[in-house]
Design a protein around this ligand. Structure first.
Ligand SMILES: Nc1ncnc2c1ncn2[C@@H]1O[C@H](COP(=O)(O)OP(=O)(O)OP(=O)(O)O)[C@@H](O)[C@H]1O
Ligand SMILES: [Mg+2]
Length: 250
């Protein structure tokens, strides 16, 4: 099924979820969620612990199967596609907990990621973008170093590079700056902005509001698996419900 079937097509939408629902036992982690992301956006997703942010990413990437609802990517229904098929179509997820291959070297990690990229995604300037990313994060110097020896921040960066190796059109970053120093966070923010400037659509989950302020133009707020607010950062920060629920005001 495509978006054309049964509902008006919104071709500018790169990603769209319709009434997406996922429960774990009695907990409804994602609750009839409607979300639209336009091509070229850099969107931040915020919300309290347990709001469903990582679950939403897992549903979009195909790690979890939706109980109900649909996910459209580039106008095609991808709700039932396995994760690797979504990677081939241009969706890549950087997990909340880093999942680099700890016993492999930086170069070997990259080879694994490059092998995941489908032939149809090999016409862009992936090599150039990857080289730029590795140099930005200082990962270009010791390719033979096992990933487990890297500091946590560098493992986070390596995982971003592994995602980039698949040449994604939509990059999902789940808490990319967790555990980073302010300088490392600022470097990551600058990188994310530049990557978006080159055309990659990016959805970022992050609790660090300093980072969110450094990158976000638009913000979506999740609470109990539903969108409770969406809009420009300034409007979100002024929103009374968001301030109460998320920013901790009475
Ligand atoms: N694999 C799972 N099995 C059971 N429950 C789960 C599982 N994954 C998530 N949940 C539950 O679903 C809800 C949403 O969790 P999720 O991890 O998506 O939240 P989150 O917004 O990413 O939170 P955080 O900011 O702490 O990372 C929570 O109540 C969580 O306990
Ligand atoms: Mg999470």
């Amino acid at each position: 099924m495509t978006e054309r079937d049964g509902r008006p097509q919104q071709s500018e939408r790169l990603l769209r979820t319709v009434a997406l629902t996922k429960s774990f036992g009695g907990i409804r982690a994602i609750d009839r969620l409607d979300l639209g992301v336009a091509r070229g956006e850099l969107r931040c997703l915020i919300g309290p612990n347990g709001a469903g942010k990582s679950t939403l990413f897992s549903l979009i990437a195909g790690i979890h199967r939706a109980d109900a609802g649909r996910i459209f990517f580039k106008g095609e229904d991808i709700t039932r596609l396995p994760p690797f098929r979504r990677v081939l179509r241009g969706i890549c997820l950087k997990f909340q907990t880093t999942r680099v291959y700890r016993d492999l070297s930086i170069s070997q990690n990259l080879l694994v990621a490059l092998a995941l990229r489908g032939p149809e995604r090999r016409d862009g300037d992936t090599a150039g973008r990857l080289a730029w990313a590795l140099a930005t994060f200082g990962l270009d110097r010791d390719g033979d170093r096992p990933a487990r020896e890297l500091p946590h921040s560098h493992q986070q960066w390596l995982e971003i590079c592994l995602a980039l190796a698949t040449d994604p059109d939509l990059l999902l970053l789940d808490e990319p700056t967790a555990g980073m120093t302010p300088d490392e966070t600022a470097l990551t923010a600058d990188f994310v902005r530049r990557l978006n400037g080159q055309g990659t659509t990016i959805l970022v989950v992050e609790h660090d509001m300093t980072f969110v302020r450094q990158i976000a133009r638009a913000v979506t707020v999740l609470h109990y698996g539903r969108v409770i607010a969406e809009g420009p950062l300034a409007a979100i920060e002024a929103n009374k419900d968001v301030r109460r629920i998320y920013l901790g005001e009475q």
